[in-house]
Design a protein around this ligand. Structure first.
Ligand code: GLC
Ligand code: CA
Length: 593
């Protein structure tokens, strides 16, 4: 599929940009803050918390989809790109939000979901109405395959990301349409110039309102191999197979991205692209290299797929080691730096479980320490850090005791329904899946933000039933307590982001090198700019341990941040050949010749 692209020249000179220096706070509107006691978070609720966000020291607020939507996939199924869902507010509210961000020196990033729309979008309603509709080719329609017995089959064997075939038969016109996600999320046909024009119009509409850029949903899926070939069989137990090689980073992707990139450039805004299944690094680079004018940075998936079973089986148990995680980081950190690309750094988002549970699984009393360690490691990597709501206070996964009725997400529920159908009496298989949902379901990220120890965690009124239950840990883990406590994770996040800016050359523009590669308990790396070298060392275990510093040439060590105490108090502990690290302790030092 990818014809060999022109070799990419490494960028020798350092390219500086405001978006490289920025960090981002991500908001999931339904669960952030409810302002009118209907149990659903909303835009006025977000506006009421802008000072809290600013005080964290972030530069950009990313608002997840808030457009009109039947909410089959929580707003990633848009039925009107020009209006806001009633439950969240109005376009005027978004304008106020943009203004509120700007007044506080922050920017607003909107979510652009244009691989697909909702099946309730006017475009799709018209498209499905007749083969002659002028909107017919706005979506991907193909005739059935008929076998020798005259039985109808989908045009190919691709699996949908939400289970089953990626094609749905539509009775009125006798053809199938493609949906890489839910049946209610038909894929747009980007081959049509009218579709591209319609997307450009949407982009301009929100930029004209003052939005500062877009996070682009599964943006590397928009160009598909027009032959729509069957995917090779990978998972022998599965009926439907991953067709990603025919739609991830497809033939016309760069042309399409430049179409949007040209508009973003006009407005001096920026974009971050979600790019699952990236394999060909040269293709990635063509999309993110700073002079390509496509997208500024990408989310890749290797480190968040780390606990999945093979063949994309997310809800089967998978295991990993610290060295696996380190090798993913090393690969992407070095790759982007050496080639003029840029990483979007994240542990969490609305599709991922909580990082303290996934990457650390610390005992109760050590969870805040673990959260600080994860904050340090992430934010001082090469790239722009993204913090997902609740991560700054260390919110955890849903309780293991929660029944299936508490889960709301289509990804998880479709899997559960499929399992019940396939193995109705296999209680063991059901039990295993239930355990995996508690570890990996997207619901883990979607419980309401725990603002205080009041009923419903202060997310909504005390007598209201929120759209999704609040995690009962709220009495112990909440924003009000942490804002009060100078030693909290919330304030620690603020100090890491401040440090990143204070040593911009090291932490934003410096070269990354992994230190002590084979160590399964400690993750250490350096960030070097000219002669200035910073060293980050993190104990990934719940035990105190001793780290042998001879792996790294030290010189004079100056502590600039520590997760347990002030830099000056910690200074005395970090000298000589053996450093003692407390459970989950992370320390940041400058090494002077
Ligand atoms: C992206 C979104 C996810 C959504 C999917 C389909 O992966 O992050 O939440 O379900 O795209 O739009
Ligand atoms: Ca509300």
């Amino acid at each position: 599929m990818s014809s060999s692209p022109a070799p990419v020249k490494p960028s020798s000179d350092i390219h500086r940009a405001w978006w490289k220096e920025s960090s981002v706070y991500q908001i999931w509107p339904a669960s952030f803050k409810d302002s009118n006691d209907d149990g659903i978070g909303d835009i006025p609720g977000i506006i009421s918390k802008l000072d809290y966000i600013r005080d964290l020291g972030v530069d950009i607020v990313w608002l997840c989809p808030s457009y009109k939507s039947p909410q089959v996939d929580m707003g990633y199924d848009i039925s009107d790109y020009y209006s806001i869902a009633d439950e969240y507010g109005t376009v005027a509210d978004v304008e106020k939000l943009i203004q509120g961000c700007h007044e506080r020196g922050m920017k607003l990033l909107m979510d652009l979901v244009v691989n697909h729309t909702s099946d309730q979008h006017e475009w799709f309603k018209r498209s499905r109405s007749s083969k002659d509709s002028e909107f017919r080719d706005w979506y991907v329609w193909r005739p059935p395959r008929i076998d020798e017995n005259g039985t109808r089959h989908p045009p190919n064997n691709w699996v949908s990301h939400f289970q089953g075939s990626a094609w749905e038969f539509d009775e009125p016109t006798g053809e199938y349409y493609l949906h890489l996600y839910a049946t209610e999320q038909p894929d747009l046909n980007w081959e049509s110039p009218a579709v591209r024009k319609a997307v450009h119009d949407i982009v301009r509409f929100w930029l004209d309102k003052g939005a500062n850029g877009f996070r682009m949903d599964v943006i590397n899926f928009i160009s598909k191999d027009q032959a729509f070939p069957d995917a090779p069989e990978q998972d022998k137990d599965a009926v439907w197979q991953w067709g990603d090689r025919y739609y991830a980073n497809g033939p016309r992707l760069h042309e399409y991205l430049q179409g949007i990139g040209n508009i973003l450039k006009e407005y001096d805004t920026f974009s971050v692209g979600e790019m699952p299944f990236v394999k060909d690094t040269n293709e990635v680079l063509k999309a993110v290299r700073y002079d390509r004018n496509e997208i500024n940075m990408i989310f890749n998936f290797e480190h968040v797929d780390i606990d999945h079973a093979p063949y994309g089986n997310k809800f089967k148990p998978g295991s990993w080691k610290l060295t696996d995680l380190k090798s993913f980081f090393e690969r992407w950190q070095a790759f982007m730096y050496n080639n003029g690309g840029w990483n979007a750094l994240y542990w969490e988002n609305h599709d991922q479980p909580r990082s303290i549970d996934r990457y650390v699984n610390a005992p109760q009393e050590l969870r805040p320490a673990a959260g600080k360690m994860l904050a340090t490691v992430l934010a001082l990597h090469s790239g722009s850090p993204f913090i997902y709501q609740g991560q700054e206070i260390g919110m955890g996964n849903v309780p293991i005791e929660w029944g299936m009725e508490e889960y709301k997400d289509i990804d998880c529920l479709n899997h559960w329904q499929g399992l019940l159908k396939e193995k109705p009496f296999d209680t063991e298989a059901q039990q295993i899946s239930r355990q995996e949902y508690q570890k990996k379901s997207r619901d883990n990220a979607r419980t309401p933000v725990q603002w205080s120890a009041e009923p419903n965690g202060g997310f909504t009124g005390p007598d209201v039933k929120p759209w999704m239950s609040v995690n009962p840990e709220y009495s112990r883990v909440n924003a009000a307590d942490q804002v009060q406590d100078p030693n909290s994770l919330y304030h620690y996040w603020a100090s890491v982001l401040k440090l990143r800016k204070a040593y911009l050359d090291n932490f934003v523009y410096g070269n990354y090198e992994l230190v002590d590669r084979d160590n399964q308990e400690v993750y250490a790396y350096t960030r070097t700019y000219g002669t200035s070298k910073a060293l980050v060392v993190a104990n990934w275990t719940d035990r105190q341990l001793s780290w042998d510093t001879t792996a790294q040439k030290m010189g004079n060590v100056k502590v600039v941040l520590d997760t347990y105490e002030s830099a000056s108090a910690a200074q005395g502990r970090f000298s000589g050949c053996q450093w003692t690290l407390r459970p989950y302790e992370a320390v940041v030092t400058l090494l002077e010749e």
